[in-house]
Design a protein around this ligand. Sequence first.
Ligand code: PMP
Length: 384
Amino acid sequence: MPEAPFDWLDRHAEQRRRAGLSRTLRPRPADDPVLDLAGNDYLGLTHHPRVTRAAADAALRWGAGSTGSRLVTGTTALHGELEAELAALCGAEAALVFASGYAANLAAVSALTGPGTLIASDAANHASLIDGCRLSRAEKAVVPHADPEAFAKALAGHDGRAVAVTDSVFSVDGDAAPLAALAVVCREAGAGLLVDDAHGLGVLGEGGAGAVSAAGLAGSPDVVTTVTLSKSLGSQGGAVVGPARVIRHLVENARTFIFDTGLAPAAVGGALEALRVIREEPGRPVRTREVARELSERLASAGLLASTPDAAVVSVRAPSPEAALRWAERCREQGVAVGCFRPPSVPDGISRLRLTARADLTAAQVDAAVGVVVGTAPREPIGD
Ligand code: PMP
């Protein structure tokens, strides 16, 4: 008897289970007593009373959904306000809000490139940038990680349009891209620079203005930045920030803008209020960076191989996918949630625990988290 069309899924799932790579969804209880170092709420704003109140008020005023695509009925006055405030924080001419950071990345990469264009893309870029490259049908060069000379080599000799694409802070190891050097390389090669600042906005730069601003590139006519509203801004959604003509082009050409329903008013209202809180409390980004440094130093001095964080992400090496999973599980049993990265989220042979710093963590909580991660560490040798 021939196989049913989806029988292969069971074999595939079994293979992944045997390799220790199965994934399960675990609903997070409201009021979870576990200390959260797994999420991306870097500034501790997701539950900030002003932010949740603004999200609720926006839903009451504008509705639970935006009712349509941005070009039809899905743009409210709040969307415009958020775009103006995001552009102001980043020191850019304009911004455009999308339903997610993922959609913003697909839009920015695919609408600014195309057949005949060259994209030079960092090997450690986020999946959404990679998918944007695939959608673009441009020529692609995957460039060794965080290596401006490799970018220069990839861009040299191409006489058409070219764009270099990079994360600002890499989501697994928490290291920062050499943005100032990349901007020089791009300028010399006549290429645009597209930066995904998902992990930099709200954490790096003066007042949380982001990695592009921290690199002295705010307002550059040749740099386009994408951000998410779901990490430092405690909400949901994404945006592209940059020159006005780029934003105009995206409004008219980006498929994930045109054919997607506009971001829900509650998410817009929450993000907008988060931006206002950040403006009034510029100490929050500073505290997040302090907590990240503290976590990393304490883990390293306890003998664990932790990254030196450039922003809020602290990455700790694990010996294998199975060991990483067990380690994360033991941390959770002892009251601390940490991220666990295994293939295919990271390249084969690499496994990590990921701890994320938050501005609202107290010294006692940092102590407790370090104690649990160190106390549950596997005995096998660690390295990759
Ligand atoms: N870029 C990076 C570097 C990310 O880490 C993420 C979120 N995991 C995204 C883009 C996607 O953003 P969003 O979750 O808003 O779709």
